[in-house]
Design a binder for this molecule. Structure first.
Ligand code: BG6
Length: 517
């Protein structure tokens, strides 16, 4: 069941979020309405409803709020509540009812202005009934080809601007934000004609993960790491997001996307920015986002004449994952038998600034890999002089600091220690911090953090217009190169492998190797 055990989790989250320790305060939102476009879709059921429930159950919602679901499916309020209830599994009935009684529904065509005029009327009635003071958050959870029409109609119906009525208005827009630089620019232009940038929340769920938020705390709340966080001490950085799942029922989307659009333009480049950025002057949304933007500006564009040396792609074939035989990508339902869509990509990037000159950042992500594992590893330089050399045959492994994003979230530092016994004998050992053991509780899900931030108007964890365009400008030439060379090989890798051999070569050419996961 989707939300099985959610009540237990909610208790744990209350305890995490309501800690009274200094510095652990959570700001609570003002009264609000949440209008979800695409309310009968998968994202709403799988991610949004569970996150909203946990926030509500955790006491993080104000007394006055309501939700309106919008989609084409003909239903009334009761029908919608029933559908949501069914997806909520085994929650205690009294909890469900207290939550669900705030749900309303309006069916219609999201590309028809009359639907929005009807919606406006309904919202005015509900605002009054619930005392939400006109504060409205629109959530675009529809397929991306509907975004532009929805945005235009929200504007035309007078539902977009803060100041057009009482209260604030905000909009959350899901990825993919465009499919290349040109389409992202068009979408940015059209959305900013209707909404001000302060109202727009471009979601990247990776930024809502606790372990990813922790990167900035680790770097800037400790004095000992920052002095060595640069080219003098760091040899290279590896960012890996490996998934064991395939594409499931998402062939329609994935065939048009591929790994570079799906994972790199957003999640992996955001991780790179968090690792590489300078300390912001304040912990405020634009101060942080300005620093991330500077990193993107300093990333050296990939040169097409050497693309094979710094960007490679791959596609999984049949293989074995978790002991189960699985189909290859071309055998997945909805995928073209001769598809060249990449399900794996690896890149080497350089950041041309004082801190990072000459330090390669190796990025890789793929589907149907041996297991699910996401981590950022900072590999430090070799020691300058090997004191123990005459008696030791092997080189000493360099220190590595690894942020484990998922699963088993934590941070580990690997270093050398003397092995007890013989006089000259040592081994790599690891100092390990584990979230679960240390903080004793369940971390909130990414969508909880992100929804709460939208409701309180904090844009720190959301992609800004300029960042999105810069990230596309880095990725688009590679996509075009791959697309314009139909005969270019898309190397295969058996499902369950760590990627094609070309990915290994990309890093081995530099005398380094990928970490195992
Ligand atoms: C999404 C991608 O953004 O992130 C998916 O569209 C991918 O293809 C998912 O599976 C991975 O997210 P997580 O949180 O499971 O690592």
């Amino acid at each position: 069941m989707l939300l099985k055990g959610i009540d237990i989790m909610a208790e744990a989250i209350v305890s995490i979020l309501s800690q009274e320790k200094e510095g652990c305060a959570e700001s609570l939102p003002e009264p609000f309405s949440l209008i979800i476009l695409g309310a009968s879709g998968d994202l709403t059921k799988r991610k949004l409803i569970p996150a909203l429930f946990r926030l509500w159950k955790g006491g993080l919602f104000p007394d006055r709020w309501y939700l309106v679901g919008l989609s084409r499916s003909p239903m009334d309020d009761e029908g919608f509540r029933k559908e949501v209830r069914e997806s909520m599994g085994s929650l205690p009935a009294p909890d469900q009812e207290g939550f669900l009684k705030r749900f309303y529904y309006l069916a219609g065509d999201s590309q028809d202005l009359r639907y929005y005029l009807k919606l406006k009327k309904r919202l005015l009635e509900l605002d009054k009934e619930h005392g939400t003071q006109g504060n409205r958050l629109f959530y675009l959870a529809t397929p991306p080809d509907l975004y532009r029409g929805i945005i235009r109609h929200l504007g035309a119906a007078g539902l977009s601007r803060t100041g057009d009525g009482p209260g604030w208005t905000r909009i959350i827009i899901e990825k993919p934000f465009g499919r290349d630089l040109a389409s992202a620019q068009v979408l940015n232009r059209e959305i900013t004609e209707v909404f001000a940038e302060e109202q727009i929340f471009r979601i990247d769920h990776y930024l809502g993960k606790e372990t990813i938020q922790n990167i900035l705390f680790f770097r800037f709340a400790n004095a000992i790491f920052e002095p060595i966080w640069n080219r003098r001490y760091i040899d290279h950085v590896q960012i890996t997001v490996a998934e064991s799942i395939g594409i499931g029922r998402r062939a329609g989307y994935y065939e048009q996307a591929g790994a570079l659009r799906d994972m790199f333009q957003n999640h992996l480049l955001q991780l790179l920015c968090l690792v590489a950025m300078e300390p912001p002057a304040t912990f405020e949304a634009d101060a942080v986002r300005d620093e991330k933007l500077k990193v993107m500006k300093a990333v050296r564009p990939v040169q097409m004449e050497e693309i094979g040396q710094c960007a490679i792609r791959g596609q999984y074939g049949p293989g074995v994952v978790d002991g189960q035989e699985v189909a290859g990508y071309r055998g997945e339902s909805g995928v073209m038998p001769d598809s060249k869509t990449e399900t794996f990509a690896a890149m080497k990037l350089y950041i041309d600034n004082w801190r990072w000159q000459g330090v390669p950042f190796y990025l890789r992500s793929g589907k149907r890999m041996a297991k699910r594992s996401a981590e950022i590893a900072i590999e430090f330089k070799q020691i300058p002089h090997l004191l123990f050399k005459p008696l030791m045959s092997e080189a000493i492994a360099p220190n590595t600091l690894a942020f484990r994003i998922q699963p088993q979230e934590g941070i580990s530092l690997t270093f050398q220690a003397k092995n007890p016994g013989p006089k000259l004998c040592m081994d790599s050992v690891t100092m390990d911090f584990n979230y679960r053991d240390n903080f004793k509780g369940v971390s909130p899900e990414a969508y909880e953090r992100l929804l709460l931030d939208c409701l309180t108007g904090d844009q720190m964890l959301f992609a800004r217009k300029d960042w999105v365009e810069l990230s596309w400008s880095l990725i688009t030439p590679i996509l075009e190169f791959w697309q314009n060379m139909p005969d270019l090989d898309c190397p295969g890798y058996p499902a369950g492998d760590p990627g094609p051999k070309e990915a290994g070569e990309l890093i081995e050419r530099d005398g380094r190797c990928w970490r195992t996961f």
